[in-house]
Design a protein around this ligand. Structure first.
Ligand code: IVH
Length: 742
């Protein structure tokens, strides 16, 4: 009778299922020990959840395996003997998880069934990614703080908890809410993500193992032997429940939180009481999108039946209440293997180490590379080549290695050593200026890597927008294979390229996934093909299109040409400002540093960098060669620019349908607006596209005018008053004057 969930005799369970069950159970217990006691898990949450689900699946099929000591029946966790044991007055339970809409519906249906005609509400809360704590207050005084442990017994961390500023040692009784005789407060202690990196830097510097992620550092910080160490850690708390209580009554969990807040406890800001499961799903969807505008990490949403008497009626299993469920978002942290650390040479010669990892799917995409910024960061993170590492990709954010899983090391790992010479041209690396952490290749003119990156950038959409000049073409023009010399040894000859120069150029064929050269199966030699010519030696479309494009772009607006020169610190926005002010490249070259610095949107750093750039002979030669080739370096007074938006400060966030991010900035700057990256009270307009994130939230908080694509078009075409009118607001002069005076 296998497989129908009714197997009661262990002898009927196939041997391989029994064995798998026992292996899984042991593995899960091991992981729990590492997670809860050692603060050093070796698998990601997602991997752990998958093991649990497999175990649950087996027990679903063969109920006889569901014994009281199975991990599915116990609250995850245990306690170490480094701290005194404390018995909780009331048990601390865990939560069942829902990963799909169906699982959530099934929970909702069960609640509805059990509660029949009773009216009830759902309380939606964020699932704080931290470590659970139980605080006991007697007559308002904090007498004990303990970790969850196995749910019945935890570790006494009272002395450490007393160092957390947010946790009151004494409850307040003002406002008419007398403090109770006894209350157990349950909540989550968390460690802010932004401060995590600093902690690991300090730990590695002190010769300690780095923490793999912020949650482990919360738990590790809370469980320090010396409370003075805990006191140095930026720990915070959010309250999410009540255990034992005496001397007060509560009807709903949401009302209980109001009381706890009045007593001075840190309650959550984002909770919401709703009536239907559809509204619960809206809450889940909202925070799925705004996961990162919350002050702490969240890994899901906890849905609770709000009415306390109904919670009692629904009851609990041995490990979790039936009146609550945890919706889990897809993981943003995964474990993967660090295969290598390589060094990339950028457009300005900066050498950046980057991680090459076993490809993993995280937060919606497959990740294989992550920048490590510089050699100090590699050291500070404490990662070794060969380590299993925790990789985090938060939504659209750039993937980042958080730290190594130290316990999985087998001794074969090795340290990354920053090369002393440029990996592409062999020139000795050095910092650009004293105290600079970044190492650079000083061979700016002809280091093939720097030249390739500069040409690629110059041809990019932010600059000359040369369609036929992509990355492979840029490589082909700067690094053709021996014995031929590359046609470009700097960017000076770009506009003089001829078809005769292009036809012989060959490139190595690379694997699209790995970037490694492909090899001939027989000879083992690298595969090489002509890039601009076909098999008959005739020009391919890539060649004719490139030459045509190069003719066409000679009349591009001055700002795009300036941006394309790869002058340090001069991006498209500064280039716009310079073009608008000087209208002629020769006038920029002739301007003093002071004159440049006085330009709105330029400033002393950029000015110094421009002066330095023009002081190099080979840079001025590039300009002369381009001039001889017919590139235009001047711009008429009215060309595209105007002062329609002069004096306005605008922030652009999210993806617009009408413009690229840079295109939008360019359109604003050419009309005299200042474009900044952060929203403040001084911002006049916030232009918001798809998936805008926290800047939009901040704009709403500050009550700033928010424009969508349509409003943005009005701003660009008709100016600020029309854009405000489009939003139904009075003109800025009207309210601007009054605020200015007050
Ligand atoms: S309620 C009996 N609410 O998640 C109800 N727990 O995976 C138990 N957690 O052990 C907890 N945020 O440590 C609840 N808003 C929240 C929570 C939350 C995080 C933790 C808690 C719990 C674990 C279960």
């Amino acid at each position: 009778m296998a497989g129908d969930g009714k197997v009661v005799d262990l002898a009927e369970v196939p041997a391989e299922v029994r064995e798998r069950h026992s292996v899984l159970a042991q593995e899960i217990e091991d992981h729990r020990f590492r997670y809860y006691v050692k603060d050093a898990p070796v698998v990601s949450d997602a991997e752990f959840d998958a093991l649990m689900r497999e175990l649950e699946g087996l027990e679903e099929q063969y109920t006889v395996l569901r014994t009281p000591d199975s991990p599915t029946q116990k609250v995850g966790g245990t306690y170490s003997n480094e701290f005194a044991e404390v018995a909780h007055l009331e048990r601390m339970l865990s939560l069942d998880n829902a990963f799909t809409g169906e699982e959530l519906d099934a929970w909702g249906e069960r609640v509805a069934r059990e509660l029949g005609s009773q009216e009830y509400h759902f309380l939606c809360e964020l699932k704080v990614d931290g470590t659970a704590i139980n605080l006991v207050y007697e007559n308002g005084r904090l007498v004990r703080a303990a970790t969850r442990g196995d749910g019945r017994t935890g570790e006494d961390v009272t002395a450490n908890v007393r160092t957390i500023a947010e946790i009151p040692g004494q409850l307040r009784s003002d406002g008419g809410h007398a403090v109770p005789e006894l209350v157990e407060i349950r909540g989550e202690i968390y460690f802010p993500t932004e401060e995590f990196e600093q902690l690991n830097i300090a730990r590695v510097a002190a010769g300690e193992d780095p923490y793999a992620n912020p949650r482990n550092s919360a738990s590790g910080s809370l469980r320090q032997k010396d409370p003075r160490v805990t006191a140095t850690r930026p720990l915070h708390m959010v309250v999410h429940g009540i255990g034992a209580r005496r001397g007060f009554d509560i009807d709903c969990q949401s009302h209980a939180y109001e009381l706890l807040r009045a007593w001075g406890l840190p309650t959550a800001r984002h909770n919401k009481v709703v009536r239907t499961l559809d509204e619960v799903k809206e809450f889940i969807a909202h925070f799925g999108e705004h996961r990162h505008s919350v002050e702490h990490e969240i890994d899901g949403v906890v849905v609770k039946v709000d009415e306390i008497p109904l919670q009692g009626r629904l009851g609990a299993t041995s490990r979790a209440p039936r009146w609550a469920i945890a919706w889990k978002y897809p993981p943003e942290e995964v474990n993967t293997k660090l295969l290598d650390v390589r060094v990339n040479v950028g457009r300005t010669g900066r050498c950046t180490p980057y991680a090459v990892m076993e490809p993993v799917r995280v937060a919606g995409s497959v990740v294989e590379y992550a920048t490590l910024h510089n050699q100090e960061v590699v050291k500070a993170k404490g990662v070794l080549i060969g380590d299993t590492v925790v990789l985090r990709k938060a939504g659209d954010v750039i993937p980042e290695i958080l730290g190594p899983v130290v316990d999985l090391r087998d001794g074969t790992e090795r340290e990354f050593v920053m090369p002393a010479v440029c990996p592409e041209c062999g020139t000795g690396l050095r910092p650009m200026s004293e105290g600079d952490i970044d190492l650079r290749c000083p061979n700016a003119r002809s280091c093939p890597a720097q030249l390739r990156e500069r040409i690629f950038y110059l041809a990019g959409r932010r600059c000359l927008d040369i369609e036929a000049l992509g990355y492979v073409a840029a490589t082909a023009l700067t690094q053709p294979l021996e014995p031929a010399q590359p046609p470009l040894t700097d960017e000076g000859d770009l506009f003089d390229l001829t078809i005769e120069q292009l036809l012989p150029i060959k490139v190595v064929v690379r694997d699209a996934d790995t970037g490694l050269p492909k090899r001939d199966e027989k000879t083992g030699e690298e595969k090489v093909v002509a890039f601009f010519a076909n098999l008959k030696g005739e020009p391919k479309k890539t060649a004719t299109a490139l030459l045509e494009n190069l003719q066409a772009v000679k009349e591009r607006p001055l700002a795009r040409i300036i941006a394309g020169l790869s002058i340090r610190h001069v991006g498209p926005v500064a280039a716009q400002a310079l073009a608008r002010e000087f209208r002629d490249l020769d006038r920029i070259a002739a301007a003093s540093e002071e004159e440049l610095a006085a330009t709105e949107g330029v400033g002393p750093t950029i000015a110094a960098s421009i002066t330095q750039w023009f002081a190099e002979d080979w840079h001025r030669e590039i300009i002369e060669k381009w001039r001889r080739a017919g590139v235009r370096f001047t711009e008429e007074e009215t060309a595209g620019g105007s002062d329609l938006l002069a004096g306005l400060t605008v922030v652009v966030t999210g993806t617009l349908t009408s413009h690229t991010r840079d295109g939008a900035k360019e359109a604003l700057v050419s009309r005299g607006a200042k474009v900044t990256g952060s929203v403040s009270k001084k911002t006049d307009f916030v232009v918001v596209g798809e998936n805008p994130g926290s800047k939009h939230d901040k704009a709403v908080q500050l009550g700033l005018p928010v424009l969508d694509d349509e409003g943005f078009a009005v701003l660009l075409e008709q100016g600020p008053d029309a854009a405000r009118a489009h939003l139904g607001l009075p003109s800025a002069a009207a309210d601007g004057d009054s605020t200015e005076e007050s």
